[in-house]
Design a protein around this ligand. Structure first.
Ligand SMILES: NC(=O)c1ccc[n+]([C@@H]2O[C@H](COP(=O)([O-])OP(=O)(O)OC[C@H]3O[C@@H](n4cnc5c(N)ncnc54)[C@H](O)[C@@H]3O)[C@@H](O)[C@H]2O)c1
Length: 437
């Protein structure tokens, strides 16, 4: 007898499976491109009509994804829609929706749950649901499984469920969706087999783990590892600074050790959708088990204090020039959360700009990746990116390097700035007008 599993495996193998991807953002869009590239028809779902319209017109809304690549996917059958009643056309439903924190810094699963609730009426026999959004261990089988079962499905027999965390690193030229190994954990062995088959069709190396919980925890370990080590190096930076030692020189020297040391770099604070947020998914869930995640909390505390530390450095540097922050013209360089991307989510630069503005500075910014300060839920600036030339640079009391994009002309900045506060260790040679922060 042919089972739902056999049918789906066969459709994946002969590429007749239609790949449904729900949430067409930084994660969902590259995944769509990869499935389209190897010859699958992809049906993309999003609640944002403007994104669906852009994609339908062959346009991109993410800087590092070209319009050409979207247009090519369109010629290969890619369609985007806001109509969830089309879910039965797809064989897989891969969920790539946001998992932020609420204002109490607790997990906000509303996007995942809303998405699943919108899909539940349209689930059909043979569907594979794969959650990719970063979340706490237990989400897949505590939240998604019961919703699938509420429709009478026997998950593992006539419908399938896996968790497979995304590992996108936007702006990193060394890796593509295809070459980043992908972890996958299934609710049952049959779910696992299908999940591995699906991702193996487009990704060079799929790493199976024994359960959805193990897969969820794997993603958190990766990101917590980064958050804690960045916290450590930020603390080391403060100690080194007090001792008159350049932490960047120390890191470069330590990184020559060929084993047992991994370099992490200090900065003005954590940014992005993942590292400042994901650790608190585990913190929250661990409480249910009576466990305190002390490393995570401590790293969060150190990292979230970094913008204040940088602002204090700006104040001190201006002070030595007989100036105050109040009334000074300050140019913040780089407002995306990391170099060479246009993503502003949780960017520490925005916190720096707000703190400086609150202290009375006249704040401007320059970022070749963000021409106009975007609308953000909690932050508001009516600003456009300043074009950098010698006279403009010289007109600011202080230039604060927050995000070290490759596109900046660091020599020009050094030649013409009155004062540079460098929070990224970009300037190696000491100079009277450069202060490391
Ligand atoms: N951006 C990254 O580099 C990255 C890396 C690894 C993991 N992740 C994780 O992947 C997940 C998605 O992140 P992202 O960066 O792609 O987010 P994003 O905000 O770029 O994209 C999410 C998309 O989902 C859509 N959406 C929201 N609610 C929806 C709903 N109910 N139904 C359908 N679509 C909906 C939004 O309109 C948006 O287009 C998060 O859990 C994130 O932590 C992100």
């Amino acid at each position: 007898m042919t089972t739902n599993k056999d049918v789906l495996l066969e459709r994946i193998a002969n590429k007749s499976a239609v790949i449904g991807i729900v949430g067409l953002g930084y994660v969902g869009l590259p995944l769509m491109l990869r499935f389209a590239e190897v010859g699958y028809k992809v049906l993309g779902f999003d609640i944002d009509q403007s994104k669906v319209d852009a994609l339908t017109a062959g346009k991109s809304y993410i800087e590092h994804i070209s319009a050409d690549s979207i247009a090519t996917a369109r010629t290969r059958g890619f369609e985007a829609t806001t109509d969830f009643s089309r879910a039965p056309e797809a064989d897989t439903l891969i969920l790539c929706v946001p998992t932020p924190l609420n204002k109490y810094r607790e997990p906000d699963l509303s996007f995942v749950l809303d998405t699943m609730d919108s899909l539940v009426p349209y689930l059909r026999e043979g569907h594979l649901v794969s959650l990719e959004s970063t979340t706490y261990p237990g989400t897949t089988d505590e939240e998604l499984l019961p919703r699938m079962e509420s429709r009478g499905f026997k998950v593992g027999e006539n419908a399938f469920l896996v968790f497979s965390p995304e590992r996108e690193d936007p702006g990193n030229p060394n890796f593509t969706t295809r070459t980043i190994p992908k972890v996958c954990g299934g609710y049952s062995p049959a779910c696992q087999e299908i999940g591995v088959a699906l991702y193996s069709a487009v990704i060079d190396k799929v790493v199976p783990v024994s359960s959805t919980r193990a897969a969820e925890m794997t993603k958190l370990l990766e990101n917590i590892h980064r958050a804690v080590n960045i916290g450590l190096v930020n603390e080391m930076k403060i100690v080194a600074d007090k001792m008159g030692i350049d932490i960047h020189e120390v890191i470069r020297a330590a990184a020559t050790k060929p084993f047992g040391f991994v370099p992490y770099y200090p900065g003005p604070g954590l940014g992005g959708h993942c590292i400042p947020i994901d650790p608190f998914y585990l913190t929250w869930k661990a409480r249910e088990y009576g466990v305190n995640t002390r490393f995570i909390e401590l790293a969060g505390e150190v990292n979230s204090n970094m913008p204040d530390w940088v602002v204090a450095k700006v104040a001190a540097a201006l002070n030595t020039r007989k100036k105050a922050i109040n009334g000074s013209r300050v140019l913040v360089l780089g407002i995306a959360y990391k170099k060479n991307v246009d993503d502003m989510r949780e960017s520490p630069s925005v916190f720096l700009m707000e703190k400086l503005r609150d202290l009375g500075a006249e704040v401007s910014y320059s970022d070749p990746h963000v021409p106009v300060f975007p609308k953000m839920r909690e932050h508001h600036f009516e600003l456009s990116s300043v074009v950098l030339d010698a006279a403009t640079i010289a007109s600011y009391d202080c230039v604060l390097l927050a995000t070290d994009h490759d596109k900046f002309d660091y020599t020009l900045l050094k030649q013409h700035a009155q004062l540079i506060v460098d929070s990224r260790g970009k300037y190696l040679e000491p100079a009277d007008h450069i202060v490391k922060a």
